[in-house]
Design a protein around this ligand. Sequence first.
Ligand code: KIV
Length: 272
Amino acid sequence: MSTAKKQYKRVTVKSLIDMKANAEKISMLTAYDFTMAKIVDQAGVDVILVGDSASNVMAGHETTLPITLDQMIYHASGVIRGIDRSLVVVDLPFGSYQSDPKEALRSAIRIMKESGAHAIKMEGGSEIKDSTKRILKAGIPVMGHLGLTPQSIYKFGTYTVRAKEEAEAKKLKEDALLLERLGCFALVLEKVPAQLAKEVAKSLTIPVIGIGAGNGVDGQVLVLHDMLGMDHEFSPRFLRRYADLKTIMTDAFKQYNKDVKSGDFPNDKEQY
Ligand code: KIV
């Protein structure tokens, strides 16, 4: 039997559901600007998430809470200009959807209209049921996000693994089924036990994309800066580093600094 996978010219929410049905794993990475998005897209990554982790890795905030809707739209617009194939999903930032469904819809519409994104992502289950329904009813695809939801960090008090206890695991399973029933096209599960994530993925027809959720799910997502090794201080167990860009970049900056100071740069060929 052939193991060839279908080539998707453009990844859509429907392609992701097909990929799950065909047992093809889904790759997702974050990106926050044109240049990075272009590289990620051309490397064949299926989904680009304009995550509110931009608040951490781009702006240097301690949490994801401070980033605004305008800032998310700015990041997403650059990403959209860089892609040809990937599906682009944008996080609704903290404070832009929690108060009521009308505000949630207004925020989602702004993202879709002003950035050209293809879908939005929201954190939470039954608590945001009405907002999720309202956005879906307007024809905007929604990706859910359960488990460790960083916008609730002050409720959790810690970035440790979620749903280790029976009650929290039960609520997570119920929320996952609810999000699928409402019409979400995919679900991110962050930092939950691998066995629980596997059970959730099995119970759903929509794809489950994990981060720190083991290998029994339908796809994986990592934060770009983390997987490129740009910050040596952040090294959770789930993170695989695919490069050591911090060292590569530091060496390049040091060499440039040395060359400028010594007068070696620019040389005769590097001038007009
Ligand atoms: O904001 C983000 O980068 C995310 C991923 C960690 C899933 O939500």
